[in-house]
Design a protein around this ligand. Structure first.
Ligand SMILES: [Zn+2]
Length: 203
């Protein structure tokens, strides 16, 4: 979380309430009591226009489904995904669009355990291996992977650290973007095994 001063609390009041609502949605998901069916009726009701309350910037991993994890309906959540939530130009441009055109005031950067993109970067760091098919991603994720690998050689721990570093790095990157001024950007981690979302500073 950014430093919470009185003025930032005022500025982020709405975004903070939205964040609380998302975490409550995760609570419903965990309890197996989702509010939304996301069926064809809901899709048609949402069809005329969208007013998403938040954006989630997450990995492409097929096991991470933001609408389910936060128990949101059609039209409530704008989701941007790149492998390892690498904030490259099209991804950032999508978030800038969400803020400018749709009035989104909260961006949740959502990392997850056992991230394949992070693991590819870690393997490249570890073996000094080179695979042209993953070169772009490995390059983008080299810094957190090499930092984590320098801190621990235990593979699971290194992957977890690298992922958390990448979440913090992505939050910091978005925080520097002028077009995202005034937006609350928070980092969080999704636990594949439990389904729980935890804000990164609480980890
Ligand atoms: Zn991933």
């Amino acid at each position: 979380m950014p430093e919470l001063t009185a003025s930032s609390l005022m500025e982020h009041h709405q975004a903070a309430s939205t964040l609380v609502a998302l975490l409550e949605g995760n609570g419903r998901f965990l309890a197996g009591e989702p509010r939304y069916k996301r069926d064809i009726t809901a899709a048609r009701e949402a069809a005329p226009g969208q007013t998403p309350s938040a954006a989630v910037f997450t990995c492409i991993d097929s096991r991470v489904t933001a609408e389910s994890v936060f128990d949101c309906d059609f039209g409530q959540l704008l989701v941007v995904r790149t492998a390892g939530h690498v904030p490259d130009r099209a991804a950032v441009g999508s978030l800038e669009f969400a803020v400018a055109e749709l009035g989104v005031a909260l961006v949740v950067v959502l990392g997850h355990e056992r991230c394949g993109a992070i693991n590819a970067a870690l393997h490249a760091v570890e073996d000094d291996a080179h695979d042209p098919r993953t070169d772009y991603l490995v390059e983008q994720l080299w810094q957190p992977a090499s930092q984590a690998w320098s801190e621990t050689k235990e593979p699971e721990e290194a992957a977890s650290r690298a992922m958390r570093l990448q979440v913090r790095r992505t939050v910091a990157d978005l925080g520097r973007r002028e077009n995202l001024d005034g937006v609350l950007v928070v980092g969080a981690v999704y636990d594949l095994d439990t389904g729980r979302v935890t804000l990164i500073d609480e980890n």
